[in-house]
Design a binder for this molecule. Structure first.
Ligand code: SF4
Length: 459
């Protein structure tokens, strides 16, 4: 923006950001900090499947959190007033142990809570979330316990860990939303004076990556009668997450990038050591920078693209001030997630022709989990027989192909396609049939795997 003849200062969170002595005002760019964590000693064990908490590691992460926050916003006083209730919203996506690397690192939880407690005048610091996705995936209380986040939050000095799913929801009309216009949102999230968004740096089968924007999935219930999360994951997930983000923007986003997840995330990927903290006030910019560090163009990520093109934040790296370390100096190209289950595993045939991503990616997630569970696929097929997974409209199916096989039929929509009778015939010829209702039946990524395991264990 240029205004002739004016000399001015541009401020950023109370600090003088730059002095323009020429004839233009430079609008302040959103700031995103990228700070290195001194390599935690416990990483090697953690990445090999055994989480260990070492006090110095927590302190190393806390030091990086402090530097990242201060570089990005100056001080917590710019967002937290005396007496405020602060909610830290981590990514507690699943009821899973820390070694899954599918949830925020407990050391980062402890570091962030402790930093906020010691460096703000908050009345209370809360940590709250609701594990995502289907009703089979878990409740908040055991999820907080199993992930060791609860223990970490209290070690850091949290006043309370909030199990969102034990609280009321509030109907919210989302102003400006394109698709996801009506949400039911957990009350503690709306009641907090300040919200700190604490996602993890991970890839995601349906969302390509999951960072700050996708982390809002936890503010809506996973088994509410109106199926909020199920519907959000049907298709247009990125637009829906951008819409949901409008409920309330975070005051600060801190990405746990100590150990990320690449490959078949968000739950079946592999850990990748990054030793970084990425932070900023504009979640969209933070996500754009974090995605770039992971080797993605922000425009490849549906949620970031939608939020950015709608003007909810900046995604053009040229218009973001990256402070601390440059994106190029810390970038690692994360292995990309593959969401297509067709042809992945011999003997596990997927028939999906008029089928949307809501079923596709969750079947892929389930089959990946089954394949990496240590199962001997050859023995499984010899003993249990072949598997066929069907979803959506399948005009080209030959019902005879399913004869004497274990058939799993996913979702609700297959019944409204003209091919429904062929699916019914296929089911009648099958050795066993399991139905997974819902749209999207997101829980199948866990349930289909569990049912295949049961089949494998059956005498
Ligand atoms: S049931 Fe049909 S519409 Fe729903 S997610 Fe599956 S394929 Fe898509």
């Amino acid at each position: 923006m240029i205004i002739a003849g004016i000399q001015c200062y541009v401020h950023n969170y109370g600090q003088i950001y730059g002095k323009c002595t020429n004839k233009e005002i430079i609008m302040s760019k959103p700031k995103v900090s990228v700070v290195k964590v001194a390599p935690p000693e416990g990483n090697a064990s953690f990445m090999n499947g055994k989480y260990v908490r070492i006090e110095e590691d927590v302190q190393k992460i806390k030091k990086a959190v402090a530097e990242a926050v201060e570089l990005a916003i100056g001080s917590l006083d710019t967002i937290i007033k005396e007496g405020d209730v602060v909610l830290i919203k981590p990514n507690l996506a699943f009821q899973a142990p820390p070694e899954s690397h599918a949830v925020v690192d407990p050391r980062t939880i402890e570091a962030v809570v402790s930093y906020v407690k010691e460096n703000s005048k908050a009345k209370k610091v809360l940590v709250g979330d609701n594990p995502s996705l289907g009703m089979h995936v878990g409740r908040a209380k055991p999820a907080f316990k199993d992930s060791k986040m609860e223990e970490a939050a209290y070690l850091g000095g949290a006043d309370e860990v909030i199990y969102f799913d034990e609280h009321d929801v509030v109907p919210v009309e989302i102003e400006g939303a394109k698709i996801f216009k009506h949400a039911t949102v957990f009350k503690p999230f709306l009641d907090a004076d300040v919200v700190i968004n604490l996602p993890k740096m991970k890839v995601h089968l349906a969302g390509t990556v999951t960072l700050g924007l996708k982390n809002w999935n936890g503010i809506i219930p996973n088994c509410h009668p109106d199926g909020q999360q199920q519907g959000a994951h049907r298709i247009e997930l990125g637009q829906k997450m951008a819409d949901l983000y409008r409920v309330r923007h975070a005051d600060l986003t801190i990405v746990d990038s100590v150990i990320g997840m690449e490959g078949q995330g968000p739950h079946a990927g592999t850990p990748i050591e990054m030793n970084l903290i990425v932070a900023g006030a504009d979640t969209v910019s933070v996500d754009a920078v974090a995605a770039s560090i992971m080797g993605f163009d922000p425009m490849e990520i549906p949620a970031i693209r939608c939020a950015g093109t709608e003007g909810q934040g900046e995604i053009d790296l040229a218009k973001i001030e990256v402070v601390g370390n440059s994106v190029e100096s810390v970038m690692k190209h994360f292995k990309r997630p593959g969401g297509d289950p067709i042809g992945m595993y011999a003997g596990l045939t997927c028939i999906m022709q008029q089928t949307c991503g809501g079923c596709h990616v969750n079947v892929r997630g389930a089959l990946d989990s089954f394949a990496i569970s240590g199962i001997d696929m050859k023995k499984f097929l010899e003993k249990s027989g072949e598997v066929v997974v069907i979803a959506g409209g399948v005009p080209d199916i030959d019902p005879q192909f399913c004869a004497d096989k274990n058939v799993f039929i996913c979702g609700d929509c297959w019944e409204i396609f003209p091919s429904a009778d062929k699916v019914r015939e296929a089911a009648s010829l099958a050795k066993s049939v399991t139905y997974y209702p819902g749209c999207a039946p997101v829980y199948i990524f866990a349930q289909l795997n569990a049912d295949l395991q049961k089949l494998a264990a059956a005498k």
